[in-house]
Design a protein around this ligand. Structure first.
Ligand SMILES: Nc1ncnc2c1ncn2[C@@H]1O[C@H](COP(=O)(O)OP(=O)(O)OP(=O)(O)O)[C@@H](O)[C@H]1O
Ligand SMILES: Nc1ncnc2c1ncn2[C@@H]1O[C@H](COP(=O)(O)OP(=O)(O)OP(=O)(O)O)[C@@H](O)[C@H]1O
Ligand SMILES: [Mg+2]
Ligand SMILES: [Mg+2]
Lengths: 255, 255
């Protein structure tokens, strides 16, 4: 049983898209998967088709112990994939965070309480170093860092490495980087190839062999509330996420 | 003299890219422009070529009154364009914000102090609803909301409108939306056209006529520390930002 945070302070690098599509691909491998949406924008909740009017209990209520896990966990169109939606109350964590060490461990209390029911729990983090992201990194056993094959996203990688080292020293000694994932790779541009080789040659840590191609199918799928594997069966992007799921499952097994 | 915040909670929609290229295009129109980088990632500072080892005084020190404006303001390669870089200390605002009403007005104190020296001040906000973004919206006279022509970015527009209304009610009654800016527009995809017509037909506010095309030149330029107008002179993207600068100057004049 493993808790994986999908995080990067840089915005728009494909965190939510990776959570939705990797969770779905892992479920098709027969794993029992829970996706927790920790982003107040609630885009993972939208992309999985959880209706906005069906979010009375979300991860915010669960962390504040205002509901049971059973009330917050939703089934999705895929049998092996469940999800806990995000909600408006999460914004309160960002603007006026509860004080004290306890506020860093709120999510970990939730994941510790339900980890034996799942093979994998994926955490979709917001684009910031706020309390919500810190909660994800305290609760996680490992971390996937999506990086667009572009300049700013690469510069952000350095900061993520510093953040992970700070988390290990202070709050979560066992946190490890499962891998950097290259996303939105447009093989027609020199920039993408340059950034990819820069990351593969210089990043001090694992980089997944699988890279996700830029594909409009991926950007279209969430408006239909489904992962790309259902929206565009057999497409290059759907295949890439299936390959990634195998790589992730392999990386966890060999710990 | 106008202070414009460039903000959107959604990550990766082109806030920083718009700040750098619009500031440069406005400077080429002869406006005296100051760009303030309020994002701890400091990507606008990188993209303008301000060396990392030349950031002893940043917007963080200026807001905490630990230095003078003259020490924090940098010239850039363009005579009419100056900038205040971001720095590591900004993260402190996100993780343990100073308490009280004063913490919302820290940036406004800075912009009020130097606005008479400039025609325009642009504020690059981070992707969140944190204290740093709130500071931008308190200090601003108007707001530009960049939106990628994609599904998640469109969903984020609704939240931004709610945020602006809350800001107007509580902290900044004169804040107005100068316009929504459609960015990374790929005219080969149906998705881009659908999202554009959805925004132009349904958004209750101004949408700039100019839309910024997706162009790898734009993504390449920051790695050379220059705006796209210098990196790819005469390119469609450079031209689009020049047209945008005229539209922005016009919208401000007719207030
Ligand atoms: N492989 C891909 N090909 C094309 N578009 C993609 C791909 N992956 C993601 N996108 C699109 O890019 C945009 C950014 O992706 P996404 O929202 O998943 O990033 P994020 O890191 O979760 O953003 P945020 O920082 O706001 O949480 C979305 O519109 C998404 O649909
Ligand atoms: N018109 C464009 N064409 C192609 N790429 C673009 C364009 N505009 C921005 N980009 C690229 O898209 C990525 C996201 O843009 P940018 O970093 O400016 O967004 P942002 O909203 O500031 O992100 P964040 O939320 O992290 O602050 C960057 O790699 C940038 O170079
Ligand atoms: Mg996201
Ligand atoms: Mg930015």
């Amino acid at each position: 049983m493993t808790v994986i945070a999908v995080a990067n302070e840089k915005g728009g690098v494909g965190k939510t898209t990776t959570c939705i599509n990797l969770a779905s691909a892992l479920a098709s491998l027969g794993k029992n998967v829970l996706l927790i949406d920790m982003d107040p924008q609630a885009h993972a909740s939208n992309g999985l088709g959880i209706p906005e009017n069906d979010r009375a209990f979300t991860i915010a209520e669960l962390m504040m112990e205002q509901c049971d896990p059973g009330e917050a966990i939703r089934v999705t169109s895929q049998p092996e994939l469940s999800a806990v939606p995000a909600g408006q109350k999460l914004v309160g964590f960002e603007l006026s965070p509860p004080a004290g060490a306890e506020s860093r461990n709120l999510l970990k209390r939730v994941t510790d309480g339900c980890r034996r029911n799942y093979d994998l729990i994926l955490l979709d983090a917001p684009p910031s170093l706020s309390l919500l992201t810190i909660n994800c990194l305290v609760a996680a056993d490992s971390l996937i860092i999506p990086v667009q094959a572009e300049y700013f996203a690469m510069a952000a990688l350095v900061r993520m490495v510093q953040l992970v080292e700070m988390m290990r020293r202070n709050y979560n000694p066992d946190l490890k980087v499962l891998g950097v994932l290259i996303t939105m790779f447009d093989r027609r541009t020199r920039l993408a190839h340059e950034v990819e080789s820069e990351i593969r040659n210089n990043f001090q840590g694992p980089v997944f062999r699988t890279r996700i191609p830029r594909s409009v199918r991926v950007a279209e799928a969430p408006s239909f509330g489904m992962p790309v594997s259902q929206y565009a069966v057999g497409s290059p992007a759907a295949l890439a996420y299936q390959l990634l799921a195998r790589e992730v499952a392999q990386a966890i097994k060999s710990g």
